[in-house]
Design a protein around this ligand. Structure first.
Ligand SMILES: Cc1cc2nc3c(=O)[nH]c(=O)nc-3n(C[C@H](O)[C@H](O)[C@H](O)COP(=O)(O)OP(=O)(O)OC[C@H]3O[C@@H](n4cnc5c(N)ncnc54)[C@H](O)[C@@H]3O)c2cc1C
Ligand SMILES: NC(=O)c1ccc[n+]([C@@H]2O[C@H](COP(=O)([O-])OP(=O)(O)OC[C@H]3O[C@@H](n4cnc5c(N)ncnc54)[C@H](OP(=O)(O)O)[C@@H]3O)[C@@H](O)[C@H]2O)c1
Length: 393
């Protein structure tokens, strides 16, 4: 909507697209029609034991994020625990349980495919501190989990009885999602489904009203052996209900614990305002508070929730704010702001050669060609040095 505008996009990594390349699951290529740096921590004892990972590092590993490429997760435990009940938790559970033949056709890295082929994980327990009416995942992803080949759902019927009243005033997406879980937990499956579930060699389940207290060490004192959780109950109802401990405690054995309790943005520079509590750049409609001329968009604007379309709409909102400020004169334009041209001279004077979009296209072509050779949409280059070599830096 502004004919003279030129937009420069700066990216930390040599390849673009952020979480679309490094977050979105490899078996969800339909949302990668095109492309938060940290995670929330549980803050409980035992988080540093081996066999404990954040979903973010596991996701980064199977998606070829350079910093996680050498993760080599220990997948020798038959039971895996995923803490959190959002869509990332479902992504991780699905990748751990998916038949290899499904994953082989995706752009998952060869290295993680080989590790998943050796994996002993047969059961994934997704643990929520609140109840079935407060899960954060969405219906499409739950349906995909229920229908996942070679696996069966383990849902405790008691968790899903008598939810009708509470559902009456719930928004439609929540109602439909709950109905799907209720149907799966309480109704007799049809013949085909019953056969599939009976033949399944892997399984997954949802455990509610458990809040993580401590990751327990195995006998060697080094690896994770299980998790101690506070049994909780809800105070209040609906989306805003709070989990409070009942005083009861429960333990669950598992050598693979993945915390999937949300991502977290990081401050970019001391000169840019940042609210560490919310993990966002404080802003009004994308206008960074206390920094006229600076705007933000995406998870750093809103917090670490929302799908790609939410993020796109959000950036259209920020662009709208910029346009309004240009029109009203609040955003002062001056020729002295050189844009990328002047930045490039500074970088070159320091011996830094940024990769350009054309450079990325060369990396992209190599990845696609490598993938084609093994029947995948692409084989990602995971080593930044190799990326730079490919573009002649
Ligand atoms: C595991 C996972 C799976 C997901 N799956 C789906 C899905 O299936 N469908 C869907 O619709 N949505 C999905 N999402 C949500 C979607 O990925 C996000 O809504 C979206 O990517 C957020 O966009 P963003 O630009 O805010 O952040 P990001 O995508 O994280 O982009 C931020 C970019 O900034 C770069 N950067 C960071 N620091 C610096 C710096 N200092 N200097 C320069 N650049 C920097 C990063 O490298 C990155 O490229 C998923 C999210 C996750 C975490
Ligand atoms: N297929 C897709 O479309 C797709 C795939 C992946 C991600 N995404 C999107 O990306 C965004 C991020 O997903 P996400 O799964 O990382 O985050 P999320 O949706 O915010 O889910 C986080 C989960 O962790 C729980 N949690 C948070 N703090 C906790 C704690 N201290 N102890 C125990 N549990 C805790 C939350 O429970 P409470 O509710 O009790 O806080 C919730 O169940 C979401 O908007 C998601 O929809 C979409």
């Amino acid at each position: 909507h502004h004919k003279l505008a030129e937009v420069d996009i700066y990216e930390k990594l040599p390849v673009p697209f952020g979480l679309v390349r490094f977050g979105v699951a490899p078996d969800h290529p339909e949302v990668k029609s095109y492309g938060a740096e940290d995670n929330r921590i549980l803050g409980i004892p035992g988080e540093n034991l081996s066999g404990v990972y954040t979903a973010r590092t596991l996701v980064g590993w199977y998606n070829g994020l350079p910093e996680n490429r050498d993760l080599e997760p220990d997948l020798s435990s038959e039971t895996a625990v995923v803490l959190g009940q959002g869509n990332v938790a479902l992504d991780v559970a699905r990748i751990l349980l998916s038949p290899l033949d499904l994953l082989r056709k995706t752009d998952i890295t060869e290295n993680s495919l080989a590790a998943l082929a050796r994996s002993k994980v047969k059961r994934v327990c997704l643990i929520g501190r609140r109840g079935p009416l407060q899960v954060a995942f969405t219906i499409k992803e739950m349906r995909e989990m229920i229908n996942l080949a070679g696996t069966r759902p383990l849902l405790d019927p008691a968790d899903f009885m008598g939810l009708g009243d509470a559902l009456k005033d719930a928004p439609r997406p929540r109602k439909r999602l709950t109905e799907l879980m209720v149907k799966t937990a309480l109704e007799k499956p049809n013949e085909k489904e019953a056969g599939r579930w009976a033949a399944a060699t892997r399984e997954w389940g949802l455990t509610f009203f458990r809040s993580p207290l401590e990751i327990l060490p195995a006998a060697d004192g080094k690896r994770a052996g299980g998790i101690r959780m506070a049994v909780t109950r809800l105070e209040g109802s609906g989306e805003t209900a709070k989990a409070v401990p009942t005083g009861e405690v429960q333990e669950l054995e598992s050598g693979l614990i993945l915390s999937s309790i949300g991502y977290r943005s990081l401050p970019i520079d001391p000169s840019v305002p940042f609210d560490p509590k919310q993990g966002i750049v404080p802003n009004i409609l994308g206008r960074v508070e206390g920094a006229p001329g600076l705007y933000c968009s995406g998870w750093v604007k809103r917090g670490p929730t929302g799908v790609i379309i939410t993020t796109m709409n959000d950036s259209f909102g920020t662009a709208q704010s910029i346009l309004e400020d240009l029109q009203s004169g609040t955003l002062a334009l001056s020729d002295s702001k050189g844009g990328f041209g002047s930045l490039r001279s500074v970088l070159h004077s320091r011996g830094i050669w940024p990769t350009t979009f054309t450079d990325w296209e060369k990396i992209d072509a190599v990845e696609v060609a490598k993938g084609k050779a093994v029947g995948k949409p692409r084989e990602k280059v995971v080593d930044p040095q190799e990326m730079l070599q490919l573009i002649g830096h």
